[in-house]
Design a protein around this ligand. Structure first.
Ligand SMILES: [Zn+2]
Length: 726
């Protein structure tokens, strides 16, 4: 193994690699996962107090090795430095090509799932998505079917599903090749935006006493706020009172629910709230996606207007009604309503999804200077110091937290950095991502046990203890993919990001849609005898029904990144793409999944550019790149987990780049031996394998029997009579 030496800025715990490149006695080389022994919170906190100039070591182990009971010992030499980590420029080095410029081709599971999702979306009644809004703004609901699932009349997460529905419409519109279906998607987007604006306009109430419109800050002043109830009877009363929501409020639940979070009311669907800002985020994201992808100016502008007015409602409410106080006991911190330190550190009720991400995106889309500034300021109002401050110091503050509550906050932090926030937002996002890789992820790429991060390095014990498929929530995979895409924009030459994106996309995200008839997964059960608990058939059904409706219409979104005169081929997916800056079309021909891919430019290119091709971490045998038939690597092969650069040139229609990457069988070992034995997942190239028998979970959790790829194990293994499949 290579020696591990890291420079660690004073005040932080060291950034240690989660995988190491190892060479075996027979000459074979590959990456192996490492478990470091400094994961105890007290140890990390002590490391972060060491003065500059200190040298120390951290012990670790390569997992899945029998040298000792804990694995093969390794050691990291850490040097504490006075200099902080470098901060990149706010503008990413590379951006994915826009979603509507990249299209899936070929006959494969990706296209099949995309089309199944689009057809399913078109079966949904757009009026059902609007039922709650009309009900919340005093408009008649005759002819509007009652909303379902977590948007139904008996839940307080209303609005989350209609938000996802809008995102799914917009992403489907960007990805759909069928003109008729595109028209239907656009028509539904128009209905959503028109009706939501009608509801929102009901909050434009001029108050003669105030001499201005009623605003968010006028709703429930402190004394009144403390008297607000949260029962269903209260809910029904609030929705009669839409004239007091404040200018611009848009929600499928009354605005009082956002205010109740300021009084630290807990997650309790009957007595208090669920997660009001989580729903606000989904709606903002849906409107922003419509404004981004629907190429009808009237629809796009109105969607942006609705989103902006709601974004400014959020700014107004939080600006005038909330503050941050970090010190003291919890009782002292909660002595007054509106302490954001406490609000966002509350289990579920304080779940805000990607509020910061959407507000930062929105701020970049509006033109008025003051509105831009306020929207960006509003994004920072969702900072959670209890979560962010340790992460900035690379201290693992994520253990035992709700996974999907916190991953989007990190994506939001990175967007805040991009929109002008300070460098610590970037550092915390990077630290978080690396922590997840080393300490929490499953082979599939997902995380979570009963929706939570548990103690670090306990994945295998969690799997063995699971009696039901309540692990590995698919929303987490959706959000980790989004965070990875955004981090890759700042680090496009670091293949670890897209190696992970490939892992979570190919395994969990693609596998979470039932290909026979539309259904998606909430928990993508992993572990011994795990099978897939299908369900969640609509965007409103559950959180994962919501993210699940978006996934198949954006599988291709991170295939290509571009920046300056460089094209990064980050994923090997059968696609055609348009890079408008270079006036070039990229044609990538391959199967999915691919062991060989051919990249061509049928129109040539107007200007010269260079190409970077990802060498996946698993491509340890037989990898090659052939440009116009000539191998680039007759002898020394490129390092797996890197990018190969094809120098700048003007590409012609005759050029052909062939990437050969035979899948290698390897084992992704978990970090924690169980009863003295190492456990892991067989992987064939990027694909996690599953054994061909299930039966532990309930019979109605039918496994996916429509398998596309089988790989026999080598005869020399102990499993020679079995077949594994993805
Ligand atoms: Zn979910």
């Amino acid at each position: 193994m290579e020696a591990v030496r890291v420079e660690c800025p004073v005040g932080t715990a060291p950034r240690l690699p989660y995988q190491l490149w190892v060479t075996y006695a027979d000459g074979h080389k590959e990456y192996r996962q490492v478990r470091w022994e400094n994961a105890a919170l007290a140890t990390e906190e002590a490391e972060a107090t060491l003065p500059a100039g200190t040298d120390y070591t951290v012990q670790g182990f390569i997992t899945g090795d029998l040298t000792t009971a804990q694995g093969l010992p390794v050691e990291a030499a850490v040097h504490v430095t006075a200099a902080p980590y470098a901060v990149p420029a706010a503008a990413p080095v590379a951006e994915p090509l826009p979603l509507n410029c990249v299209h899936l081709t070929g006959d494969n599971r990706l296209r099949h799932n995309r089309d199944l999702d689009i057809d399913h979306l078109l079966t949904l009644d757009v009026r059902q998505q609007l039922y709650n809004y009309r009900d919340t703004y005093g408009l008649p609901t005759d002819g509007y079917p009652v909303s379902d699932g977590w948007d139904s009349p008996t839940t307080k997460l209303k609005g989350h599903g209609s938000g996802h529905y809008m995102s799914a419409l917009a992403l489907a519109y960007a990805s759909c090749p069928d003109a008729d279906k595109r028209q239907q998607l656009k028509a539904n987007a128009r209905v959503m935006v028109d009706e939501l604006r009608r509801c929102q306009e009901r909050t434009f109430v001029y108050d003669r006493t105030l001499g201005r419109y009623r605003e968010a800050r006028d709703l429930a002043p402190e004394a009144e706020l403390l008297q607000l109830g949260g029962t269903w009877a209260d809910f029904d009363r609030y929705k009669q009172d839409y004239a007091h929501y404040g200018y611009g409020y848009l929600g499928a639940i009354p605005a009082q629910h956002c205010a109740l979070v300021e009084a630290y009311r807990p997650y309790n669907n009957d007595e208090w709230v669920w997660a009001p800002y989580y729903c606000v985020h989904k709606q903002l994201a849906g409107l922003i996606d419509i404004a981004t992808y629907i190429d009808d100016r009237a629809i796009a502008r109105k969607a942006l207007l609705v989103a902006k007015d709601m974004g400014l409602w959020v700014w107004n409410r939080l600006h005038y009604r909330t503050f941050v106080q970090m010190g003291g006991t919890q009782d002292e911190r909660r002595a007054r309503p509106g302490n954001r330190y406490e609000m966002w550190n509350t289990y579920i009720a304080g779940e805000v999804g990607g509020m910061a991400e959407s507000l930062a995106r929105l701020s970049a889309m509006v033109t008025d200077k003051q509105e831009r500034a306020r929207l960006l300021e509003a994004a920072t109002y969702f900072d959670s110091p209890a979560f962010f401050d340790p992460l900035k110091r690379n201290i693992d503050a994520i253990r035992n937290r709700h996974a999907n509550q916190h991953i989007p906050m990190v994506t939001g932090a990175l967007r805040t950095f991009r929109a002008g926030g300070d460098g610590s937002y970037y550092q915390l996002a990077r630290n978080f991502w690396t922590m997840v890789q080393g300490r929490y992820r499953y082979a599939m790429g997902g995380v979570g046990d009963d929706e939570k991060f548990r103690e670090p390095y306990t994945q295998m014990h969690a799997m063995c203890a699971a009696k039901e498929p309540t692990m590995n929530e698919t929303c987490c995979a959706y959000n980790l993919a989004k965070l990875t895409r955004d981090l890759n924009g700042y680090n496009p030459n670091d293949a670890r990001y897209m190696d992970f994106y490939e892992r979570v996309l190919y395994n969990q995200i693609v596998g979470s849609l039932r290909p026979t008839d539309y259904a998606v997964l909430y928990q993508y059960a992993v572990g011994k005898d795990a099978s897939k608990p299908w369900g969640n058939e609509t965007p409103q059904s559950t959180c994962c029904g919501g993210t699940g409706s978006e996934n198949p219409v954006k599988y291709q979104e991170a295939t290509y990144f571009v920046g300056g005169d460089t094209l990064w081929v980050a994923l090997y997916l059968p696609t055609t793409a348009r890079w408008e800056t270079m006036k070039t079309t990229i044609l990538q021909t391959c199967t999915w999944p691919a062991e060989r891919s051919v990249i061509q430019f049928p129109d040539g290119s107007r200007r010269p550019f260079c190409i970077k091709l990802r060498v996946p971490y698993w491509a340890t045998r037989g990898f090659d790149i052939r440009v116009n038939g000539q191998s680039l690597f007759a002898s020394a092969k490129p390092h797996p987990g890197s990018y190969v650069t094809l120098p700048m040139r003007r590409w012609t229609a005759d050029d052909s780049i062939e990437v050969v990457m035979p899948f290698t069988l390897h084992v992704d070992y978990g970090p924690d031996p169980v009863d003295g034995a190492w456990l892991g997942a067989f992987m064939q190239g990027p694909l996690v394998m599953a054994a061909d028998s299930t039966g532990h979970f309930l019979p109605d959790y039918a496994a996916d029997r429509r398998i596309t790829h089988y790989f026999p194990l080598p005869k020399s293994s102990n499993y020679e009579n079995q077949t594994v499949h993805p």
